[in-house]
Design a protein around this ligand. Structure first.
Ligand SMILES: NC(=O)c1ccc[n+]([C@@H]2O[C@H](COP(=O)([O-])OP(=O)(O)OC[C@H]3O[C@@H](n4cnc5c(N)ncnc54)[C@H](O)[C@@H]3O)[C@@H](O)[C@H]2O)c1
Length: 248
């Protein structure tokens, strides 16, 4: 794939989907700047990847803050002198019925799922503009279509779609593409935090009959990140075993 020797940031890559994306990009030859708020997880992953011969470093920080986002972009510049691929992956869920949802539940999800993408893109895109090259891949969710108990989460992921489409238009003249990957159900600590009953109920709704893995999302991100994907921008790619097509 045309990713070799590119420099990529993956936010929230200490575990789950972000970790899968980092492994996919590194496996395709990119240098990866890992990030998480959990230092232990992200440093262990960085050590493991380096021991396996991959190029990696990490930055510990909350990317939903301006300082955290700026620190992460600087980490790419300090270690590799540039940034080619930005994967805005970090996200959380605080599912509740609307009548029980607190203002904090709303603000927290919008801040981490959507505002962080704005801050990290604003912090990193200047390096891409200087090089007249870039690949921005935002992790959304099939849930942007709407999901009971997910007013905050669905709205944040709907925002990711609109944000991505706008980035595509604003940065096209710099040869920077912006696309979104919308996962369905993916085996990660976030998914496993649901009750066993909910996990089984949801899995039955996937047309292909099983949930995906972090590497399935990594595969889609690597596609958008490829040099050869230069003519694809502003798009949303569902990676959800057919679940976006309709209820099953
Ligand atoms: N797992 C699924 O089924 C699923 C489905 C659709 C979309 N997604 C999306 O995929 C992305 C990753 O989800 P996941 O399932 O791997 O979740 P996860 O909870 O397993 O992992 C998320 C990682 O992000 C980190 N993180 C959280 N807030 C952060 C912050 N402010 N700064 C830096 N790091 C932070 C966490 O510490 C954690 O390591 C999210 O955007 C999520 O909305 C997941």
């Amino acid at each position: 794939m045309g990713i070799k020797d590119r420099v990529a940031i993956v936010t929230g890559s200490g575990q789950g989907i972000g970790e899968g994306i980092a492994r996919s990009l590194a496996g395709a030859g990119a240098a990866v700047v890992l990030n998480d708020i959990d230092e232990q997880r992200v440093s262990a992953l960085s050590d493991e990847m380096k021991a396996a011969g991959f190029e990696a470093c990490y930055y510990v920080g909350d990317i939903s803050t301006k300082d955290g986002a700026a620190g992460l972009a600087e980490c790419a510049r300090d270690n590799y002198s540039r940034l080619d691929i930005l994967v805005n992956n970090a996200g959380i869920a605080r599912d509740k019925w609307l009548v029980k949802m607190t203002e904090e539940d709303w603000d927290e999800v919008i801040r981490i799922n959507l505002k962080s993408q704005f801050l990290c893109t604003q912090a990193g895109v200047s390096q891409m503009m200087e090089a007249n090259y870039g690949r921005i891949v935002n992790i959304g969710s099939r849930a942007w279509l709407g999901g009971p108990g997910q007013a905050n989460y669905s709205a944040s992921k709907g925002g990711v779609v609109s944000f991505t489409r706008t980035l595509a238009l604003e940065f096209a003249k710099y040869q920077i593409t912006a696309n979104a990957v919308a996962p369905g159900l993916v085996d990660s600590p976030l998914f496993r935090s649901l009750s066993q009953e909910n996990q089984e109920r949801l899995t039955k709704t996937v047309p292909v009959g099983r949930i995906g893995g972090p590497d399935d999302i990594g595969h889609a991100v690597a596609f958008f990140a490829d040099d050869d994907s230069w003519y694809i921008t502003g798009q949303v790619l569902y990676v959800c075993g057919g679940r976006s097509v309709g209820a099953y």
